[in-house]
Ligand binder design. Sequence first.
Ligand code: GUN
Length: 285
Amino acid sequence: MTAIVLDGKLVAAELKQQLANQAEELARHGTKPFLATVQVGDDPASTSYLKAKHKAAAEVGIQSEHHHLPADITQAKLEALLAQLNTNPKVHGILVQLPLPQGFDEDSIIEKIIPYKDVDGLHPINAGRLSEGREVLVPCTPKGIIKLLSHYRIPIAGQRAVIINRTTLVGRPLANLFLNRDATVTVCHSKTANLPQIAKTADILVSALGREDFQIGRRYVRPGATVVDVGLSRVGGKLRGDVEFDDVSKRAGFITPVPGGVGPMTVACLLENTIQATNVQTGRG
Ligand code: GUN
């Protein structure tokens, strides 16, 4: 068997076209969707993700501005910037790129973003809503994964989903999105015993480890399973996912590539969340 490749680049391009139309419609009514991003310090991966987010925003007609702060800025100054962005009526979406440098209380920073501008869906109000089955502003990577599966008509209801990740950015919200769609969900992490055996029970296996020293090979994959690779690490200058693509694609039914799988979907979903937040703030949502 050779797996069908889930083309995130293509699906994201289609979504971006729809978002461009929506942004144009908003502009006709005098509203320009506006995204503000905040970066603290100079993590090179964060810089490159943010570049991609601003480029994509411009492509669909979302205005954006970037606030790049030094790593030694105080938590109070960062919070003051967020307070300003919260009250600025021009700004519809706020994203604080994670991880923040050591010493910052990330949870407390995220809580300072007003929930209706929280286009990352990380504020406890939005995360709590999601866990109750109400999808308002949903984290971009999990949202992108669901959209990618839906595009290829991969069933979720009644399926067994195994997620290797338990972060608030990926594993936890994705578990809730799968639950909301009637999947049976297992969330694995660094202390999970018998990971290969559990992974092998999955109809849909999602891996977001991002570890250079660990790869998901065919012994983790049930024949015909859908394998979603959220991992991203740089090995010898080359971008690589969690999954041994060549080996696993001989066994899986569907597989996402890295790059060109989940990454572009994450960016497109950030833009969708920004348009959605704009609609709500301008009385259209
Ligand atoms: N770091 C890695 N992915 C993300 C994301 O989706 N949002 C934010 N804010 N930081 C990230």
